[in-house]
Each structure stands twice: as C-alpha cells, then as structure tokens.
Design a protein around this ligand. Structure first.
Ligand SMILES: Cc1cc2nc3c(=O)[nH]c(=O)nc-3n(C[C@H](O)[C@H](O)[C@H](O)COP(=O)(O)OP(=O)(O)OC[C@H]3O[C@@H](n4cnc5c(N)ncnc54)[C@H](O)[C@@H]3O)c2cc1C
Length: 449
C-alpha cells in the first residue's frame, strides 16, 4: 500500500479499495478523465476528498472562480470514501473540556460552535445535493473501557450541558447494558445527535455537487511536480499541467513525501483499519443487546470504534499497521476481530467479509489546522487544511468552505485551529519510531487494571 512517509506520489488511477462501501455501490462509479495538456485556472485544488470537493464547490459556486480539482485516483478514493461514517460534532483529539483547559472556556465555546456548524453543514449538503448516503437513526455512545474514566465522563457531561447547550447523558454500566451489552464497557456518555452514514456515497455526492457548479475534476492526475512561474504556480501531472495564482492543498493524510515545504514534517500519517463482519442473525443481534443503530467509540489510548450497519453487519475499527507495506496483512484484521469478540463474546463464531485501511493525518498539537502562506512568503497563494486526527467527516465540509474563504481574502473565525500553521514534529525523520513507542505505551495503558 502507498506510504505517504516513503513514497513521492500516491500512484495514479488506482481502483477504489475493496471496502464494504465500495461493494455496496449498485451503479458503476463516475470516472473522471486524466488531465492532458497545459491549461490554466483561477484556483487549483489538490485532492478530491471531502475537504477538496467542498473547497472547490464553494469557490465555483459562491466566488465564481474557475476551479480545477486534481485527484490522483478518483473522488473519495482517500479517507473520505473508506472511513467508518461516524458524523461527530468535533475533530482532532481534543474534546470540549480539553479545549477549555488548554484555551479557556470562551475559545472552547467558539470551537464547539464551529463544530456544530460543520455538523449542520453535512446535513444541509445531504439535503441540497439529495445525497443518498443512508443516514442512520442517531445515537452515539462513548464507552468507558475502565471505571477510572467515569469521573472524567461526569465532568465532560456537565461541561457540555452547562456551557455548550448540549443534552448528553451519563449512563452507568447497568443503564448502558439495557441498550448495548458491550462486555468491556463500564459506563458511557450518550449523545443523541451523532449518527452513521455511508461515507463513500457522501463523497460521491459532494463530487456531483462540485461538478454541477462548474468545477472541472480530473481523476488519475497526481501532482508530481510544482514550479513557480512569475507569480503563478504550475502544477505538473503525468500528462499535463495547470497554471494558477492560487493553490489549495487538500491531500491531508495522503500528502506524499516532500510534497510541499509548507507541510514538510508537520503531519504523521497513521493507518486506521476497519473490519466488517458477515450480517448478524436476529439471535446474534438480540444476544449482543444492540438497540437502534448506534455509533460507538471507547476511551482507550488506542481507540476502538464500531457501528451496526443497515444490513446487520458490525463494522469495527482501530489502529492498524505502522507501515503501508504491512497494511493488508491479515493479522491486523485478526487483532480487530479479537477485540470485537472481547466486547461481544457471544460472537465467538463470527467471520469477516471485509478488511481495509486508510491514512489519517495526525497533528502534533492534536488539532487540525487551516493555513494560508503570508504575502511575503515564497509560497504566496498556497493554503492547506490538514491534521483532523481521524475525525474529519463533518469538519472537512466546513474546513473546505473556510479554505475557500481564506483563499478569497475573506475573514474566517479566530480559532486556535485557523490561521496558525501545523507545528513541525521534533525529530520529524523519526516520526515512525515515536509512533511505535506511543503504541507500546498505549497497549500498556489500555491493559492497566
Ligand atoms: C479507516 C478510517 C475510519 C475513519 N472513520 C471516521 C469516522 O467515522 N468519522 C470521522 O469523522 N472521520 C473518520 N475518519 C477520518 C476521515 O475519513 C478524514 O478525516 C476525512 O475523510 C479527510 O478528508 P480529506 O478530504 O481531508 O482527505 P482524503 O479524503 O484523504 O483526500 C485526500 C485526497 O488527496 C489525494 N492526493 C494525495 N496526494 C495527491 C497528489 N499529489 N495529487 C493529487 N491528489 C492527491 C488522495 O488520492 C486523496 O483522495 C476515518 C479515516 C479512516 C482511514
């Protein structure tokens, strides 16, 4: 598998991963042709995931820009078409209480208002684009995998309900077992608003909305080189090039090695892996005590997440291999399956139908960042949005919009994640070693009684 820390470009025109989402497609997916020849545009967007598609649509629709979107494969090929489909009110790795501790209550409220806005935007786009992405009944459980997390849960619920106007519930282990018989859970926070959907359908819907307002999307067109030409940028692909004054980088966790100085050493691409079981029988479902179609995440340092899919399968995910070349090894699927069985021992005979992985972009300060090179920079005209730390489905729609606003000189909210560049990882060459050490610590931490 492509490895962003080692490979200089992500390949060209590869098929979608053989995920459950891809298998669920009933019609052939649109294929966008490769760029051929030398062209120009007002703005070039690199990467056709949620961020790039949203930014491109916004630039064409609201700012009447001529936009070219260059994608190495096809829209939604990256994280956006292969994630777990959890629509959450948040991004990065900091919850509202952690944001308040780091930046103060007012900033935490401002961040949360932005996350709420992003959450609502995803719903609005689904309706406006008539995107058939199978949104499920809402209900999100954050599980305490150990009782030592319950005191913190109480503080989080109080903060969210008193300071953010939320209506979260704190569930004891006994209350939780009435709704979800996870054998590992010691209690939970229940959020009645977040929900699951089909992420690939969402990405394809965003792509259709972008092309409908005049965005030109090229598939199989990885940017392999980049030149400055008297105030313009020229982006070179395998069979052509585009010249533009403004470039938005939306390649996020798939950003190749040495792609652009603005992103050099500032992201840690981490593999998140997913398995999908065969459909559960009605008896198995009843034994698991799963009511509704909840989305679920736990408190482990190396988190697990799962959800019940519309056809009764369980999707279960967590951290995968460290290197791209190990991503598809069956042992990572087997590890996830073993974890699933710890939560639901009654599924000891369950088998897998799908396993896949994708690269999420982790930032040093656990926050995403949007950034535009200043006027006196050699990279003037270039901006990026990246570092959602594995939680970008809802935020990316708004991040794309904010990126478009930044590029058009509009003011965007003053938040810790906007207007500051991603921080550079210390000893960036050794990011993988740091990740390995973190995984060792995380395993120890998660097994601690
Ligand atoms: C297994 C998994 C589960 C996840 N589950 C969830 C979830 O449930 N909820 C949630 O909120 N988030 C989840 N995420 C994270 C979420 O999917 C991402 O945050 C989000 O999709 C990022 O979107 P994006 O558009 O920024 O990047 P991507 O969707 O990754 O798009 C980047 C695109 O850039 C392209 N590209 C890269 N380099 C070049 C180049 N040189 N030239 C041209 N194109 C290039 C790539 O091909 C890719 O298509 C998950 C991620 C994974 C991997």
């Amino acid at each position: 598998m492509y490895d962003p820390l080692l490979d200089k470009h992500p390949g060209a025109g590869q098929p979608y991963p053989s995920s459950y989402w891809f298998a669920e497609q009933t019609k052939p997916l649109p294929q966008h042709a490769a760029l051929s020849g030398d062209i120009s545009a007002d703005v070039v967007v690199i990467g056709a995931g949620y961020t790039g598609l949203s930014a491109a649509r916004e630039l064409a629709e609201r700012f009447s820009q001529q936009v070219v979107l260059l994608e190495a494969h096809q829209p939604g090929w990256g994280c956006s078409g292969r994630n777990a489909g959890f629509v959450l009110k948040g991004t990065g790795r900091l919850g509202p209480l952690q944001l308040a501790r780091r930046f103060g209550v007012q900033q935490a409220q401002a961040c949360y208002a932005e996350y709420q806005h992003a959450f609502e935007l995803v719903q609005a786009l689904q309706q406006r684009g008539r995107i058939a992405c199978q949104p499920q009944a809402p209900g999100y459980y954050k599980l305490a995998h150990h009782s030592r997390f319950l005191a913190g849960f109480r503080q989080q619920v109080e903060f969210a309900n008193q300071q953010l106007g939320e209506s979260l519930q704190l569930l004891s282990q006994a209350e939780l077992q009435q709704r979800l018989a996870d054998h590992q859970a010691q209690g939970a926070i229940f959020d009645p608003n977040c929900y699951g959907l089909n992420p690939l359908q969402l990405a394809l819907g965003y792509a259709a909305m972008a092309t409908n307002v005049g965005v030109t999307v090229y598939g199989a067109s990885p940017v392999t080189n980049w030149r400055s030409e008297q105030g313009y940028h020229r982006l070179i692909t395998q069979q052509g090039s585009v010249r533009a004054k403004k470039v938005l980088i939306a390649s996020n966790g798939y950003t190749p090695k040495n792609f652009h100085p603005l992103l050099q050493g500032r992201l840690l691409p981490v593999l998140s892996s997913v398995i999908v079981t065969r459909p559960l029988t009605p008896n198995e479902l009843a034994a698991c005590g799963i009511h509704g179609q909840p989305i679920v995440m736990d408190t482990r340092a190396l988190k697990y997440y799962y959800r019940l899919l519309p056809d009764g399968r369980l999707l279960f995910g967590g951290r995968g291999a460290i290197r791209g070349r190990d991503a598809d090894k069956p042992r990572y699927g087997a590890q996830l399956l073993a974890a699933l069985k710890q939560s639901f021992p009654m599924l000891s005979q369950i088998t897998l139908d799908y396993q896949w992985s994708g690269w999420v972009a982790v930032s040093l300060d656990d926050l995403p960042h949007l950034y535009q090179a200043p006027m006196d920079s050699p990279y003037v005209g270039v901006s990026y949005a990246a570092g959602y730390c594995g939680s970008g489905l809802s935020f990316s729609a708004l991040a794309g919009q904010r990126l478009a606003e930044l590029a058009m000189g509009q003011a965007i909210p003053s938040l810790p994640c906007y207007q500051q560049p991603l921080r550079t990882f210390p000893l960036a060459r050794w990011r993988r070693v740091g990740q390995w050490l973190y995984y060792q610590w995380g395993r120890w931490q998660d097994q601690r009684r």
